[in-house]
Design a protein around this ligand. Structure first.
Ligand code: RIB
Length: 300
């Protein structure tokens, strides 16, 4: 059965400069290329999940500008339902990104329209209630994130929280989270532990299950009910790691929603991220279900 997913989160236009090495403070460097590509952690997860085979609805906000039109169009083009995407006065969110020759990045996010997402409408609540899972991140106001998580819990919908950009989380949000998916730096911000196994153990005091993404080292699953395990990443040459985590979460939510065991869902999501880091851009880099299936089959 096709998993029904709702994403509540940000849409940004990513303004990306490709450089050999990112400038240090006070330094100017020559870039090789510039692109404007649709991004935002929320929209990225929505596109990743839709391309991976989910039936995805987006709750978010774009501005009354050309970027807003392009962001809405890009979501629709990937098959994401956008009736929950408001258009609000002012500019759309933007992300100012420098990608270096190792595929690493540094990002400044200016929220723009995303700051308007402070509450749910009755229609938003109905969208969440009709889903199997709600995907949340932290690029929209915390009031909006908590409102979404409350609605999900009230309707028995699984909440999947990516705690990015990293920041301390209110206890209420943790109590409403079913699956937390931080990267290792976010896990350290939340727990003070740089060792992902220790971080995962500490997080299980607050949430029932955690997947910590470890970049090239794969991903670690820990839950109260089972022994932790690591799923290795596929070895690929990265050209742009922007949105690799979002791709992983979107694909993971689809695979888990199909009832696949967590180990298999993580390996399949890892194949999705491996494909995305080999292409430039955020949502533009995300693979289709057929591409994920093909890479997964070759490696498992
Ligand atoms: O997670 C990647 C995303 O973070 C980029 O697309 C950018 O918009 C920032 O929000």
């Amino acid at each position: 059965m096709t998993p029904a997913l709702t994403v509540l989160g940000s849409t940004n236009m990513d303004l990306v400069a490709y450089v050999a090495a990112a400038p240090r403070r006070g330094e100017t460097v020559a870039g090789r290329e510039f692109r404007t590509v649709p991004g935002g952690k929320g929209a990225n997860q929505a596109v990743a999940a839709a391309r991976a085979g989910g039936a995805v609805t987006m709750i978010g906000a774009v501005g009354e500008d050309d970027f807003g039109l392009r962001l809405r169009f890009a979501l629709r083009e990937s098959g994401v339902q956008t009736s929950g995407l408001r258009t609000v006065a002012g500019p759309s969110g933007t992300a100012h990104i420098v990608v270096d020759d190792d595929g690493g990045n540094a990002i400044v996010v200016v929220p723009g329209a995303n700051a308007a997402l402070t509450a749910l409408t009755a229609e938003d609540e109905a969208r969440i209630a009709a889903s199997g899972a709600l995907l949340l991140q932290l690029e929209v106001p915390m009031e909006g994130v908590i409102a979404g998580a409350r609605a999900a819990r009230a309707h028995g919908v699984t909440t999947v929280l990516t705690p990015a950009p990293a920041r301390p989380l209110p206890p209420e949000l943790l109590a409403l989270t079913d699956l937390l998916v931080p990267n290792e730096h976010e896990a350290e911000t939340l727990t003070g532990h740089s060792d992902p196994h220790r971080a995962a153990a500490a997080l299980l005091d607050q949430v029932p299950a955690v997947v910590i993404t470890l970049g090239a080292s794969g991903s670690l699953y820990a839950a109260r009910s089972t022994e932790p395990f690591v799923v290795p990443a596929l070895r690929v040459a990265a050209v742009d790691t922007t949105a690799a985590g979002d791709t992983f979460v979107g694909a993971l939510a689809v695979a888990a929603g199909e009832g696949r065991p967590m180990h298999e869902a993580m390996a399949w999501a890892s194949a999705a991220s491996a494909l995305s880091v080999q292409r430039p851009g955020a949502s533009a880099s995300m693979p289709t279900r057929a591409e994920i299936d093909e890479l997964y089959a070759r490696n498992n």
